[in-house]
Structures are given as structure tokens and as C-alpha cells.
Design a binder for this molecule. Structure first.
Ligand SMILES: [Zn+2]
Ligand SMILES: [Zn+2]
Length: 92
């Protein structure tokens, strides 16, 4: 299941409650997971795998994608990154 980056409506249950969150890659231990796995505070993350503290602009932690979770049905889906959307029709 894929949603657009500006989509807030769940394609599964039609609830307007999609939450978008970045997928983070911790290069030190190679953990990849959604941002909420790293802690809910905006200023202090810690890696759930290696337990290291991660600063908000830490170079060892990169955003590798976007994901979305529905508050209504709990489904998770991939968010198409802006600018990399497959064009539905070709304009010439
Ligand atoms: Zn880690
Ligand atoms: Zn839903």
C-alpha cells in the first residue's frame, strides 16, 4: 500500500487520520525503523537497538524514507516521496 506525501486519508478505512513519520537509519548499528521507535521527544532520540543517544541533527542518523500510519485502523503504509511520484499521465 502506498500513499502520497500530502495524503491524510487512509486508503483502507477512509479515516482522515494518517500520521506521517520519517524512517530513520542509524548508521552505527544499521538499525532502520520509524522515528517513533527512537523515542517521542523531538530533542533527544535514543536508538532502540544500540541504545545510543542521537541528536536531532546527528550525522550518524539519516532519513531513508517516509511512512504513514492510520489512527483509525492502525495500518502502516509507504509514503511516496515528493518529486519521485510516478506520473499518472504524461504531458507533452
Ligand atoms: Zn543504533
Ligand atoms: Zn485506516
Amino acid at each position: 500500500m502506498q500513499v502520497e506525501s500530502d495524503q491524510t486519508k487512509c486508503p483502507i478505512c477512509n479515516t482522515k487520520g494518517l500520521q506521517h513519520f520519517p524512517i530513520l537509519h542509524h548508521m552505527i548499528c544499521a538499525y532502520v525503523g520509524p522515528k517513533y521507535d527512537f523515542g517521542l521527544s523531538d530533542s533527544a532520540y535514543s536508538c532502540p537497538k544500540c541504545d545510543r543517544q542521537i541528536a536531532s541533527n546527528d550525522a550518524a542518523c539519516e532519513i531513508v524514507g517516509l511512512s504513514a500510519r492510520c489512527l483509525g485502523c492502525g495500518s502502516e503504509m509507504v509514503v511516496t516521496p515528493p518529486g519521485r511520484q510516478v506520473s499518472k499521465e504524461r504531458s507533452e
